[in-house]
Each structure stands twice: as structure tokens, then as C-alpha cells.
Design a protein. Structure first.
Length: 211
């Protein structure tokens, strides 16, 4: 949680680390308790069968293995319950911290949002520049074909298959992709994510200054 700003909040980072550690330990403890519970049930069946066989054979029954395993299972179950309570307490500490530091955290998130917006804008600006160059090459090739067409070859073969495109010939209905304007508009929007915003600016402030 709050991966982008956690390094600026040492106390919250400690709480999050504690919660993560307790979640891991609680999961391991639960798994151990369940495994021991299963082994305990198996041991009970084994002990009862072994005792019945021994008594029918006139022998002394072997020492049962269930009690020791049951004790271990109960201990593991208790450990899991304690860890669950510790986890709930740590989560309460996190909720209390978030509530008492709400404004500080919100400010850090806004700063992180702006930084990531700048990264998106820079990448989109570079992509738009490359896209426009790609389109210029495409336009130049089209103009070359229109203004200086290659000599028509003599038709000596059989007729070729014909593709019919309904409506205006565009990148979308010819190649199946988005139109050029769609791509450029999307990249322009992404570039706008990096634009600086004046916090607390009042409408009409520029006009008053100009006057």
C-alpha cells in the first residue's frame, strides 16, 4: 500500500512491514495447525486399531501417539489465534496513523501523481514525435505514388482478386487499426498529464495582472 510514497513515511513503513510479517507468520501457523490436526486424526485411528489388534492377540497395547500430536496441534492453533489478534491490532495502528496523517499522505500522493504524470507525458511526447515521423513517411510515399506513379506493367496474366472497401478509405477500415487522429489525440492527452497546474489560482487573475 502506498508504494510510491512509503519511503517518505518511516512510521507507516514500519507498520506495513509488521503487518506483512504477521500475515506471513499467521498463514504459516494456520497451515501448521491444520496439518497437525490432520495428523492427529490419523494417529487416533491408528492408535485405536493398534490397541484392538494387540488386545485380541493378548498383548499389551502400544503407547498411543495421538496425545502428543494433539498437544502440538492445540499449541499451533493457539499460536495462530495469537498471531491473528496481533495482526488485527497492527491493522488498527495503521488505520489510526492514516487518519491522523491524512493531509500529509494526501500531499505526498499528489506529488507522486505529478511525478508519474511527467513520466507519462515524456514517454507520450517521444511516442507522438515518432508517430508523426511515421505518418510523414507514409504521406511522402503516397504523394510520390500520386505525383510520380511508376510505369504501368503490361497486363499479360490472369485477373487478380479484388478487395472491396465500403465507405471512405481510411486506416481504420483498410488495415483494421485506429485512425491517425485517434492515436494523435490519445498521445496529446497523455502529454497533457505532465502539464503544471497552479494550485490555488483564481479565475481572472491573469486578466487583472495584465490590466
Amino acid at each position: 500500500m502506498f508504494d510510491l510514497i512509503i519511503g517518505s513515511l518511516p512510521e507507516l513503513q514500519t507498520i506495513e512491514g509488521t503487518i506483512s510479517d504477521l500475515e506471513r507468520k499467521h498463514g504459516e501457523s494456520q497451515a501448521r495447525a491444520e496439518a497437525l490436526g490432520h495428523r492427529t486424526n490419523q494417529a487416533r485411528e491408528h492408535d485405536l486399531n493398534a490397541e484392538a489388534v494387540a488386545l485380541n492377540a493378548g498383548r499389551k497395547p502400544p503407547k498411543p501417539t495421538e496425545p502428543q500430536l494433539r498437544e502440538q496441534a492445540e499449541g499451533a492453533g493457539r499460536d495462530a489465534e495469537v498471531l491473528e489478534r496481533r495482526l488485527r491490532l497492527a491493522e488498527t495502528d495503521r488505520a489510526r496513523y492514516l487518519q491522523s496523517h491524512h493531509e500529509e499522505i494526501l500531499g505526498l500522493l499528489q506529488q507522486a501523481h505529478a511525478r508519474e504524470g511527467e513520466k507519462v507525458a515524456a514517454a507520450a511526447s517521444e511516442a507522438l514525435e515518432s508517430l508523426l515521423a511515421y505518418h510523414r513517411a507514409e504521406d511522402d510515399a503516397r504523394n510520390l505514388a500520386r505525383l510520380h506513379p511508376r510505369p504501368a506493367a503490361e497486363n499479360v496474366g490472369s485477373p487478380e482478386s479484388v478487395s472491396v472497401v465500403w465507405g471512405a478509405l481510411t486506416t481504420r477500415n483498410y488495415a483494421g487499426g485506429p485512425q491517425r487522429g485517434d492515436l494523435e489525440g490519445t498521445l496529446q492527452y497523455l502529454i497533457s498529464l505532465g502539464a503544471g497546474t497552479v494550485v490555488g489560482a483564481v479565475e481572472g487573475e491573469d486578466n487583472d495582472a495584465a490590466a
